[in-house]
Ligand binder design. Structure first.
Ligand SMILES: Cc1ncc(C[n+]2csc(CCOP(=O)(O)OP(=O)(O)O)c2C)c(N)n1
Ligand code: SF4
Ligand SMILES: [Mg+2]
Length: 285
């Protein structure tokens, strides 16, 4: 891919910030690195203002390390805890008005296809559960109905975390939060199953407790969106601040929920997507 996108103009080497120089020289662009290589390259996100132990921060780190084509990827984000990290991310990214991420991503992908027909540009909408399953649901669903070539990734912390802990459609039934003191009355929305039913070519649910499977899901989400049509990945990102557990317990929380049967990793793949993935993944071996 085009590594020249990230380079320093001649004569500016000395005055560019050290962080930027490091990113250009030691970043992952054009090197086909992944989560197994973490610790050996300059990461696309190294500092952020999110809480200690934040499942969302951990997931974002793994997602960014899993991008198949970071130099030609554009992420469209939305308001929420993740939007505090995106200004520090070394991939082109756009902040859209809360809930509008899939509408903005659709327009962007179409424009990029027209402007750079010979190039591969991956457009990935990454937003919270409130932005994806509640306030932005109409934009998300209609991008799926229109079969847009975009990947949708939800950072599911099961709450409106950034605004102090309201329940979201993705909070499990009975959840008590700072601003949901009586407990949620309705069950968690089954967005992966809805995505499958409305025609997403690839749908997956993962978590940062399993980095390698999550990496595979991220890559599949993006590669299928590139070639076939809309895809959806839901990443479980427990929030220690609003769910009141210790920062070091995040991964244990995921495992506990898995044991209780209230969190389940899964994949739904259409025949067409499976054929493509078999071809691509066989070719990689
Ligand atoms: C148009 C608009 N409506 C509402 C808000 C207020 N708001 C900011 S963040 C947020 C909740 C975000 O929840 P989620 O998408 O789950 O992200 P999280 O903070 O949990 O990561 C809300 C309602 C806003 N900023 N803009
Ligand atoms: S409030 Fe929760 S989701 Fe937001 S940064 Fe803190 S731990 Fe992460
Ligand atoms: Mg949330």
């Amino acid at each position: 891919m085009n590594k020249n996108l990230f380079k320093i103009s001649p004569g500016f080497e000395d005055i560019m910030p050290a962080e930027y120089r490091e990113l250009v020289h030691d970043g992952p662009y054009g090197k086909n690195l992944g989560v197994s290589d973490l610790g050996t390259f300059k990461e696309l996100l190294e500092e952020h203002p999110l809480c200690a132990g934040c499942g969302l921060a951990l997931s974002l780190r793994l997602i960014l390390a899993s991008l198949p084509n970071p130099e030609d990827t554009i992420i469209v984000g939305s308001t929420g805890c993740s939007s505090l990290a995106f200004p520090q991310v070394g991939v082109h990214n756009i902040h859209s008005l809360f809930g509008n991420q899939n509408a903005v991503a659709s327009g962007l992908k179409r424009a990029l296809k027209l402007r750079f027909p010979e190039k591969t540009k991956d457009v990935v909408a990454i937003a919270g559960d409130g932005a994806t399953a509640d306030i932005g649901l109409d934009m998300v669903m209609h991008s799926w109905f229109r079969r847009e070539n975009i990947a949708t990734i939800m950072l599911d912390n099961e709450a409106y975390a950034n605004t102090g802990g309201q329940e979201s459609g993705m909070s499990p039934q009975g959840t008590v939060l700072y601003m949901a003191p009586k407990g949620k009355k309705f069950p968690k929305i089954s967005l992966p199953e809805i995505a499958r039913e409305v025609g997403c070519a690839y749908v997956a649910v993962g978590s940062p407790a399993q980095p390698r499977p999550l990496e595979k899901m991220v890559r599949r989400t993006i590669l299928v969106a590139r070639e076939i049509g809309p895809t959806y990945l839901q990443v479980f990102c427990p929030c220690p601040t609003n769910y009141k557990f210790k920062p070091q317990e995040t991964v244990a929380k995921i495992k506990q929920r898995e044991k209780e049967g209230t969190f389940q990793t899964r994949e739904y793949i259409t025949l067409e997507a499976q054929k493509l993935l078999t071809k691509l993944e066989e070719g990689k071996k």
